[in-house]
Design a protein around this ligand. Sequence first.
Ligand code: DHB
Ligand code: FE
Length: 285
Amino acid sequence: MARITASVYTSHVPAIGAALDLKKDHEPYWQPLFKGYEYSKQWLKENKPDVIFLVYNDHATAFSLEMIPTFATGTAAEFQPADEGWGPRPVPKVTGHPELASHIAQSVIQQDFDLTIVNKMDVDHGLTVPLSLMCGQPEAWPCPVIPFAVNVVQYPVPSGQRCFNLGKAIRKAVESYDQDLKVQIWGTGGMSHQLQGPRAGLINRAFDNDFLDKLISNPQAAADIPHIDYVREAGSEGIELVMWLIARGAMADVAGGAAPKLAHRFYHVPASNTAVGHAILENSN
Ligand code: DHB
Ligand code: FE
């Protein structure tokens, strides 16, 4: 049986990828940010999964405004880094896991969630920056990755509660896969940020830290936050945080198991226009 061993939460700011790619990570502006991920890189080496199920959002890169799936599972054997306007990031291609991805799609759709099946797509900073933060700059990513894209760009977006429930369904799907695989689920995006309009540059430390507290200890309270509160309190792009609830919903305690262990928590402002949040939760199974 496959099982969810841990969940990882992290922001995905594109400038972080550029800082790494342009070797600016040792500059004073970036140093405190990358320091917060030192533990995480070591942790990932010591807790290497067989597969990462990576929840992220596409930023009108693979999907344009012509086609907007709410939830999309990448079932391909590989995914190339997207060209987001400055050429593709010089990072490894992403190797998928078509068998597990197809199994999860089958199970989750039968649990009444509508997923779009994507057999070909490029992956943007929403997916590659979290991998860079957690893995550094390897020749190849440490394991296969299943990209799971959520629409948080164009309204209407899914609610936090729906994302939390989807996480529960993903957990059931993983646990009904017949091979022994250690699966990590990552929730990415956030924390508070707004990129346009009169409120551009908005950061809300109090909201972000309260969200982290709830996410860790009382995830149902985080799932109860209405989407308008994210926009009001955390900025229009703060809504990306609903993706963290998919990962949290897949943890053991939500299904009646033991509370997860908090392995790491980090918060830093600023990174580009964004507050960066990060946490690692381990299941005890
Ligand atoms: C920034 C943050 C994002 O989440 C994003 O998708 C694009 C830009 C930023 O902080 O600049
Ligand atoms: Fe984003």
